[in-house]
Ligand binder design. Structure first.
Ligand SMILES: O=c1[nH]c(=O)c2[nH]c(=O)[nH]c2[nH]1
Length: 308
């Protein structure tokens, strides 16, 4: 039997970067969780313990914090972290271009939302309240040199909790000997959405507004969830993904994962009380997990963009 090192990559996980902008009395905050992953031939580090090609994860951490202040090579980042995708692009390019043994880099960013504290009816200058739940995500991959260079930007969100109290049905499903579910013409539909979308190369030009594109995709996803009369969560996801690809320029692929957060009508008939879709038991597990990949057929696939 021959045992081989069949794969490897390494990096610094979950760097918690909090960046303030304090050039005026009205401060800004960006709150991130950043993970670097470097790829290349680092086999010697594993097989013989030779660290000659290994840029320490500690140095990666320092780079992540330094770029939060000034961007690549001290170029100056007047507005701090402009968009998380642009920050991740700078970092990924830096590791591939400036570190000899590194042939590929992936930067993952989670961005937490803070809302200004409302004091005296006005958003406070330097106090915020953490907005729970939804997290903005970005995953940037840079790989190879020259004509082999691949650069991919996948933006996204997770834990976007959505619920509609009508406009959703689930009927006509396959029935077998174990099926007990009753068809529902009018049910509650709720999910905690994970959405990721891939931008094409037109979005890699300087000045592309990743924040506006993010807001546009989010708005389309929410609008479709609300307005499509759902025959199943599967059908809703299809409409959400299709609308995002069709309506937001540069978005060529959308991946959606939606737990079906079941709401069961509570049986009040046992107490002689009518329940016309008003009282539900919200169950947390198990849950259906519905997933979809929706893509522009004409856009080249990019498996590397999704490789974790
Ligand atoms: O939207 C749904 N899709 C399913 O596949 C499914 N299965 C189930 O039990 N309830 C639901 N709801």
């Amino acid at each position: 039997m021959a045992v081989v090192l069949a794969g490897h990559q390494y990096g610094k996980a979950e760097n918690r970067v909090v960046r303030f902008q304090r050039d005026t009395p009205r401060h800004e905050i960006v709150d991130l969780n950043v993970t670097s992953t470097l790829r290349g031939d680092f086999a010697d580090a594993y097989l013989s313990g030779d660290q000659g090609k290994v840029l320490p994860t500690d140095s990666q951490k320092n780079t992540i914090y330094a770029f939060a202040k000034e961007g690549p090579a001290g170029q100056g980042m007047a507005k701090g972290i402009v968009a998380v995708e642009a920050y991740a692009l700078d970092l990924a390019r830096h590791f591939v271009e400036e570190t000899g043994p590194v042939t590929g880099a992936r930067i993952d960013v989670d961005s937490y939302r803070w809302e200004r504290a409302v004091v005296g009816g006005r958003g406070h200058d330097h106090t915020w309240v953490r907005a729970g739940g939804e997290v903005r995500t970005a995953a940037v991959t840079v790989s190879g040199d020259g004509p082999d260079r691949q650069t991919h930007v996948v933006a996204g969100l997770k834990d976007l909790t959505l619920l509609k109290s009508t406009g959703s049905a689930f009927e006509g499903f396959l029935v077998d000997g174990y099926t007990t579910l009753e068809p529902a013409q009018d049910r509650v539909m709720a999910t905690s959405l994970v959405a990721q979308w891939r931008y094409d190369a037109t979005c890699l030009t300087d000045g592309f507004d990743f924040d506006a594109a993010h807001d546009a995709v989010r708005a389309v996803l929410v609008a479709q969830f609300a307005t499509v009369h759902s025959l199943a969560l599967q059908q809703t996801l299809w409409h959400m993904g299709r609308a995002a690809v069709e309506s937001v320029p540069g978005v060529v692929e959308v991946r959606l994962a939606a737990p079906n957060k079941h709401h069961f009508l509570y049986d009040l008939q046992r107490f002689g009380v009518e329940n016309a879709g008003e009282v539900f038991h919200a169950d947390d597990r198990p849950y259906g997990l519905i997933q979809a990949v929706v893509a522009d057929e004409d856009a080249p696939a990019a498996p590397l963009a999704w490789e974790r």
